[in-house]
Design a protein. Structure first.
Length: 300
């Protein structure tokens, strides 16, 4: 990989990692569903008026938008708002790689190597450690939501693979049309008008910065950068760099919001990273399923 492309990849993973504590800053004054809904509304408008619709069946666009916006980011943000540390969330979302791998075996008849099964077991052990380290039902519920978001991301990856879309940026912009309404309706269903009143009263410069970062850096720029690299290089060369996302996520959470990581969590983090390295980031047919925007990535 050329130095300029390696620099781009590292910057993208840095942005996606830092996006987790910056999202937490926005959640301090905004309801999680309201924040996520506004984020995707800004990701769609006004670009949707200037970018041609992707040349795939529009059902794929709608399905991906709902899975990615509501199932993934709605769940992540609700989980963080419930008490999950952003750095921990940036690590758990990487489980989507394993879920994507299993979808590949189930739907596309891809063969799973023994190392992938070993990696999955190691990651499961680390995830159990993360659950045991949580204090209180809210945090455990939040971790479950982040795991659910990883499943949603993996389903989104399958949708992209099935669609055969080539205009990735256009696909993301048009897909962003679909999450805002169900997210805002979800906020109303859970809290009535209170989430909107709270957001209106408490929104400040920090929350606006958080929104701008999520939309324009974590979604628009990083999604374009990562998928550009996916087109230039083999997936097996690019994908391992996504291991830097939780590294940047945890370190930036410690520095920006004072996140405290307990000894059991540190041990579990190491176990999960080792499991990911064993099971996912090696050459093999099961690694070629498109991993769209580990923001997602965004993250977004």
């Amino acid at each position: 990989m050329e130095k300029k492309h390696l620099a781009l990849a590292l910057f993208v993973t840095f942005v996606w990692g830092v996006n987790f504590p910056i999202t937490k800053l926005g959640l301090d004054s905004m309801d999680p569903f309201v924040l996520t809904g506004v984020r995707f509304a800004l990701a769609a408008f006004p670009l949707v008026f200037f970018i041609r619709r992707p040349s795939v069946h529009f059902g794929y666009v709608a399905a991906y938008g709902l899975i990615f916006g509501v199932g993934m980011w709605g769940a992540i943000n609700y989980g963080i708002a419930s008490g999950v540390a952003p750095g921990i969330a940036s690590l758990i979302i990487q489980l989507s790689a394993f879920f994507t791998m299993f979808w590949g075996a189930l739907l596309f008849r891809e063969t799973l190597r023994p190392a992938q099964w070993v990696g999955a077991i190691v990651v499961l052990i680390g995830l159990i450690g993360i659950f045991l380290a949580q204090k209180g039902a809210h945090q455990v519920f939040g971790i479950a939501l982040v795991v659910l978001s990883a499943i949603a991301w993996s389903i989104g990856n399958v949708i992209i693979k099935k669609s055969g879309v080539k205009e990735i940026f256009s696909f993301m912009v048009w897909a962003s049309l679909f999450p805002p309404l169900p997210l805002l309706l979800g906020a109303w269903w859970i809290g009535g008008g209170q989430p909107f009143v709270m957001t209106w009263r408490n929104i400040d410069g920090v929350a606006l910065f958080s929104l701008a970062f999520q939309v324009y850096l974590a979604t628009h720029f990083s999604y374009w950068g990562w998928n550009s690299l996916m087109k230039l290089y083999p997936v097996s060369m690019v994908a391992p760099l996504s291991l830097m996302i939780p590294v940047f996520g945890i370190l930036s959470s410690i520095l920006l919001i004072g996140e405290r990581v307990q000894p059991l969590e540190w041990a579990s983090i190491l176990v999960i990273i080792v499991g990911l390295a064993i099971g996912i980031y090696r050459r093999g047919s099961a690694t070629v399923i498109m991993r769209a925007a580990p923001e997602t990535a965004s993250k977004a």
